[in-house]
Ligand binder design. Structure first.
Ligand SMILES: *[C@@H]1O[C@H](CO)[C@@H](O)[C@H](O)[C@H]1NC(C)=O
Length: 224
């Protein structure tokens, strides 16, 4: 390669590399449908920003995570979310927090966060936790039993769960890599959609008798 060719290749690369790193910003909510007329726009991707001069300490503050959520429900757990809706200062920061309470033998049922990886620390109790990798990775289960002080990571998008396998309540806190991680609870999403997905469709998908699907569909909508 001649020196001049080398220099041209080098300059071309230098020009192209910065652009090849550019991509669309991640969605900060489930969807953001474009509007033709600006007057009809209510959201940006995420939230509108306050004039920085108007910001105050309270915009970055939340109080009350010392209180347990009420676990008197079907799955016997409660997630208290502290995201951009509770702390407006989290807007554009890519981070949020939850407290999860589990009654004895309660569970945080299989679900996925479309926008965040989660790192969980167990404070009290004993949890059986796990996530399942994607089809491409053969749907492997990665599971552990956690004791106080143990930490576990649920990679972005993976279906995961936590179960309190102890006789006493359990308490965990988790950080999430999004200001609005989103939650898709598998059972509620699949069997509790409004309107319901045709039972015949789910019967084939889950290899179930259609009456079992109708039973499941009857169970979920009213309890969301
Ligand atoms: C979680 O706990 C809060 C506070 O006690 C309560 O208002 C809420 O209804 C509970 N959520 C569920 C799903 O039980």
């Amino acid at each position: 390669m001649k020196v001049s060719q080398f220099i041209i290749s080098f300059i071309t690369l230098a020009l192209v590399i910065p652009f090849s790193n550019a991509y669309d910003p991640s969605p900060l909510q489930d969807f953001c449908v474009a509007v033709g007329n600006l007057n009809n726009g209510v959201f940006v991707n995420g939230k509108f920003c306050k004039d920085t001069k108007q910001a105050k300490a309270d915009d970055f503050f939340f109080s009350g995570l010392n209180h347990a959520g009420n676990t008197d429900n079907d799955v016997k757990s409660n997630v208290t979310t502290v995201n951009v809706d509770q702390i407006p200062g989290l807007n554009t920061m890519g981070i949020s927090l939850v407290r999860i309470d589990y009654a004895p033998y309660g569970q945080n049922p299989p679900h996925t966060h479309p926008r965040a990886t989660e790192i969980l620390v167990l404070i009290e109790g004993t949890l059986y936790v796990g996530f399942v990798s994607s089809n491409q990775d053969n749907n492997r289960l990665f599971a552990k039993i956690l004791h106080p002080g143990d930490v576990f990571v649920f990679p972005i998008g993976m279906v995961h769960f936590q179960v309190n396998i102890g006789k006493t309540p359990a308490v965990a806190f988790a950080g999430l890599s999004s200001q609005n991680a989103g939650v898709i609870t598998i059972a509620n999403t699949v069997f509790g959609s409004k309107p319901p997905i045709y039972p015949e469709v789910l019967a084939q998908a889950f290899q179930l008798d259609v009456n079992v699907v109708k039973d499941l569909e009857a169970k979920f909508p009213s309890k969301n």
